[in-house]
Design a protein around this ligand. Sequence first.
Ligand code: G6P
Length: 614
Amino acid sequence: MCGIVGYIGNKEAYPIIIKGLKRLEYRGYDSAGVALLSNDSLNVYKKQGKVANLEAYSGDLDTSGTSGIGHTRWATHGAPNDTNAHPHYSESESIAVIHNGIIENYDAIRKQLLSKGYTFRSDTDTEVLCYLIEDIQKNAGTKLGESVRLALQQVVGAYALVVISKKEPNKLIAARKSSPLVVGIGDEGDFYLASDATPIVEYTRQVVYLDDEEIAVIKRGEELKIYGIDDIQKTPYVQELELHLEALEKGGYDHFMLKEIHEQPRSIEDCFRGRLNAEKGRVSLGGIREYEQKLINANRVIMIACGTSWHACLVGEYLFEDLARINVEVEYASEFRYRNPIIGENDIVIAVSQSGETADTLAALELAKSRGATILGICNVVGSSISRITDAGSYTHAGPEIGVASTKAFTAQVTVLTLMALSLANQKGTLSSTKFRGMLSELEAIPAKVKKVLESNQQIEYISGEYQGASNALYLGRGSSFPVALEGALKLKEISYIHAEGYPAAEMKHGPIALIDEEMPVFVVATKGMSYEKVVSNIQEVKARKGKIIAIVTEGDEQVREIADHVIEIPETDEHLVPLLATIPFQLLSYRIAVMRGCNVDQPRNLAKSVTVE
Ligand code: G6P
């Protein structure tokens, strides 16, 4: 959460920073601000709300400077107002800082500085850090980089930060611990800094991902220097970006979320490209091939994640258990890490994360690693922290996901987990060769089937119109459609602010049924398969209480059509692959309902896409 951008070079910094902030707005949009160095003065402009607010407000500022920093905030310490917006000045206003993360011991540092007579302007932890840097500089007479390093030695917590000072105008100092930071190396002696590579890609493809406790000293026109917090100099590892600019644009869609929903036929295909060949009966995930035997023989396989990625893990659990007969436990990363989990050398922890930066998932992995477990990752963002600390892993290759509510990343995660389960099943011999080959062909056919589901858009628009005024909704499913129900409910909550709950269909009787009346829409996955008849009975129970049923059914279904208020058909597929199709109408329904309710679909209130705080 929070997006940070910096630039130093020969170009005007302001437009680069504003454009970068807009690309990073998915990380938080409570406030935005810039600090620009022009003609020896360091000017901070900041405003509550989105980057567009800042632009409108800072229309007449001096933008001639060629270095500056910018921030888009997801509030942790202090209300989301102008004062608490970043950048923060030091006391003398000669230094400014932007920060993503949390300074956990900020109160102790604050008290120490208060006792020295400092007074603070904001309620933020970041301002305390900025004052500390200046205090060190004043007392020790150190240069900016060294002052930042000494300040960070006192800090407990997480940070990605960039510091600018008018006393050393040709320099930016950047540092990271647990929050991401990328340095882009331009070809004119200029440098770009950002929380991820999206603000950088249109200027350069040469990037360095900072590692934990690394400090970058960035001087205009000079080589990038990197030091550890222990002051030992390191050689920067320069990587080539594979990201493409068009992936960051809306491409004619009204919202990124809609674009991303419609990208799914392609993103699922990209995910299995080169990994799946139904004709030859082959499936292989290069990244984890070496770990397959270990997975088969593991004492425990634990999948950890947060949010939508956690739902993907739940689907993964069904797939691993049913197809490969491998026992899997699924845990919320935040619960796992604080439970003193019993975990050791023969255990495997698989983290699933779109961003690869989620603080709880990262910390849970580190804990598992410290106890000797093998750690694997399934991430979307290439070069992300999780992808770098894991022993091995597989990328989902869904391309940048910008809408805060996850859509294509979810189906790509489920695709990777399906490929893994199939590959393991093949190794273990738990599937007959006919069944195995049949499933590979079915998986290969999924992108075309997703395309077909996307054609139900018009019908979905009609259904959305009927239920846009609802205040509550229930989502039901059984087996691997239970996580689909959870994900459907989460999507509706996230972007339309309608209260929604996902339940295993059979559990409805143990509580939620009390809520059902003629006002309550109940969304049910009722596709053909093992529990079809049972789900039909659950639908009857809802109808008996006058609830409204919107059912996702297999093409040609007649039985549910007769009793449901609305049905949305999906093409027939292997039962294990239903989540990849059934989830699509739920995404579209949430999207349409949110648009009808006038909600900000891509940037729902209070949320952020990359949750780098616990
Ligand atoms: C946030 C996002 C969700 C996402 C979750 C986990 O809550 O809004 O869309 O599912 O974080 O993020 P990750 O990047 O680890 O998948």
